[in-house]
Ligand binder design. Sequence first.
Ligand code: FAD
Length: 371
Amino acid sequence: MLAPARHQWLLESSRQFAKVACEAALENRESGQIDPDVWRALHRSGLAMAPFAEAQGGLGLAEPEHQIHLCSILRILGGADLSLARLFEGHLNAISLVARYGTPAQADQLARDVQRGEFAGVWGAEDAIGLKRIQVSGGWQLEGRKVFASGVGLIWRPLITVGAAQGPTLYLLNLAGDESVDVSGWQPLGMRSTASGTVDFTGTIVTADNQIGSPGDYLRQPFFSGGAWRFCAAQLGATERLVELYQDQLLARGRGNDPYQLERLAQCVASVGTASFWVEEAARRFSDESLASKGVVAFANLTRMVTERAALDVMERIQRGIGLNAFIQPHPVERICRDLATYLRQPVPDLAMSDAARAVLDGHLTVGAFP
Ligand SMILES: Cc1cc2nc3c(=O)[nH]c(=O)nc-3n(C[C@H](O)[C@H](O)[C@H](O)COP(=O)(O)OP(=O)(O)OC[C@H]3O[C@@H](n4cnc5c(N)ncnc54)[C@H](O)[C@@H]3O)c2cc1C
């Protein structure tokens, strides 16, 4: 199959898989994890392997030329089940980081593990305790923990960041299952199925074989901040789904001729349309290696702001437009709003916005030249 045909196939396969995931999410209320059958379906869909290079059995989905396909897939998954989209995004991010900074042998090994059914993720977030390393004979001993680590109990090949003098260092682990994990504190409003718990790595030994790249690689730009367009795409998918559900509901209840409802629907369609222009353009700029890093990062930061605003506006309008039913389980709008409101909380939103404004003042992004 030629590359465009393979990506068309993956898109169709993602749509089929999204139907399965969406139905499972509707049934799977508050179980706190993704149904194992859904994971198996994700593998069968080709998505788990897709981020790897073709030589490793993938479709190169994480590579620059396929970012627009990836954008469509993240929107499809976000519209089906935002928790699943989050986990897939982490899996893809881990594979991208290993491909970019790791050795070919490390990337090949990860591809073999995923082929066997395993999943990856990136566990970077820390609380005040953090995660440090202490040199011991033959390697480093870890001390501390990770928080908000998605996919606890499901992900066995996490890529973790460890504080070091020269900058955070990436280690690709092979979990044995005897780590000290705790998901009891993960009682969020939404996104429960991501099982984003705490993992204490105190005592774990890592060696040069686990290390991916050099200290500080993880923060290299535009990849670190510019990659934020991916969670924006997943959030956009969920927001688009809300608008479709609102549209269905207006038709089903015969409320489509009311001028206030029409105005609300028009505003919702305009909001997701605006966000989609930004997200697609952010994906395109991220994939364009000829662009200066600071401009790519600033554009992604502004995209975060636009996507968040669109999602908040749409949720408010739809909750007003549908009314009480939008707050009662098992209405899909109820679940999607909880998931979206939770997933919109991403790191340092104020800094992302103000850094973008500074980049405009410094001439890295020209007013009027986007999107
Ligand atoms: C569903 C879900 C799954 C996740 N899974 C993972 C995962 O697998 N791996 C992972 O690494 N992380 C994960 N995370 C965590 C994520 O990476 C962020 O750590 C988290 O979303 C940050 O949210 P926050 O609101 O605590 O951010 P914060 O950055 O604490 O922001 C909260 C507020 O404080 C402001 N603020 C931030 N810093 C300062 C400051 N220094 N001074 C003043 N104000 C400040 C912000 O602008 C914002 O207004 C997940 C998060 C979610 C929601």
